[in-house]
Design a protein around this ligand. Structure first.
Ligand code: NDP
Ligand code: OXD
Length: 313
């Protein structure tokens, strides 16, 4: 059964190679080369060309090569076949590493120590205890829950906000729009791992920042976003940083990617910019799992990790 590999903005060569190496019994088509649309049964995609998937008459399933499906779902011609998103320990581990790195960067006041180092100044500042700092995670799915477990182990007070409540030892769970103000009011470091959907579009705005806890151990709240750039209003982040509503920000995702050269975020002293690399999808980490899912599906088993198109994630 044929598999099509196609992506925009990514070099798919290592993906095609990996699929061919691990699935020698499959015909693997490189989407950059001519292929017979009728032959394709499965598509492994990242931001495919709109309309392409609709042109495959025998397509049985779409495998999104990332966790977020917002870009894929923008294609209004998507055929009515199951969409499977990535849930993989490799990707989850990478995201939790990035989240912990950013939380510790702000919590351990690295910007101040770095500035003092540059000035050859032996800076002595009080360091609060992790147990006095409240980390709030928006988006308690696969990635949010893993990050929460690690942060709890590090001793932070951890809360999560999602559509449905979560039960996790050591976690304060908030859910739904009604509980968002209470969640924000007790958050010193806001970690965002939400998907981009019509409901979450622009949720990280001036109004939300103003609801974060004041007077916490870090002085001012910090924003850490690795969800999607469409969640945030960058003009509002800049105002909030400059008027003290936010004390700092770490951003891996942006309204426009790559982040335009003229964006003030690049050089802002309170901002860490990383180029949408918090949790890269890698062929080594993901291809074996996709091939195993296809094999299970062909044995008659149910597909797992299906996207709920109505919810948008
Ligand atoms: P999941 O689908 O497992 O989790 C999404 C979470 O968001 C769930 O807890 C869900 O609630 C919650 N949620 C969704 N909509 C709302 C809403 N309207 N209000 C409150 N909570 C909501 O996704 P993942 O954890 O796997 O990934 C999250 C996102 O991370 C991806 O969609 C992607 O955009 C981003 N990402 C970024 C990467 C990077 O490199 N920067 C890499 C990988 C992913 P509930 O649990 O109740 O359903
Ligand atoms: C993803 C991403 O969604 O890399 O997996 O952004």
């Amino acid at each position: 059964m044929s598999i099509l590999i196609t992506a925009r903005r990514w070099d798919i060569t290592p993906w095609v190679e990996r699929f061919r190496r691990l699935g020698p019994d499959r015909v693997v088509h490189d989407g950059r080369e001519p292929f017979d649309p009728a032959a394709i049964r499965y598509a492994a995609v990242w931001r495919p060309e709109p309309g392409l998937l609709a042109s495959l008459p025998n397509l049985k399933a779409i495998f999104n090569l990332g966790a977020g499906v917002d870009a894929l779902l923008q294609d209004k011609t998507l055929p009515d076949v199951p969409i499977i998103r990535i849930i993989n320990p490799d990707l989850t581990q990478r995201m939790s590493e990035w989240v912990i790195l950013q939380v510790l960067y702000h919590f351990r006041q690295l910007p101040a120590h770095r500035a003092a180092q540059m000035a050859r100044h032996w800076l002595s500042i009080d360091q609060p205890a992790a147990s006095s700092v409240r980390v709030g995670i928006m988006g308690m799915g696969v990635l949010g829950q893993d990050a929460a477990e690690m942060l709890i182990r590090l001793g932070f007070q951890v809360a999560g906000w999602s559509r449905t409540p979560k039960a996790m030892t050591g976690l304060r769970s908030f859910s739904g729009a009604a509980e968002l103000p209470a969640f924000l009011a007790q958050t010193d470091i806001l970690v965002v791992l939400l998907p981009l959907t019509p409901e979450t579009d622009g949720i990280l705005n001036r109004d939300l920042f103003a609801q974060l806890a004041r007077g916490g151990a870090l002085g001012a709240p910090v924003l850490i976003n690795a969800g999607r750039g469409g969640l945030q209003r960058e003009a509002d982040i800049l105002v909030a940083l400059d008027d003290g509503t936010l004390g700092g920000a770490s951003l891996d995702v942006f309204e426009v990617e790559p982040l335009p050269e003229e964006s003030p975020l690049w050089a802002h002293p309170k901002v860490v910019v990383t180029p949408h690399c918090a949790a890269d999808s890698t062929p080594d980490g993901l291809v074996a799992g996709i091939l195993a899912d296809i094999a299970a599906f062909e044995r008659g088993e149910k597909l797992v990790n299906l996207v709920d198109r109505r919810a948008g994630y």
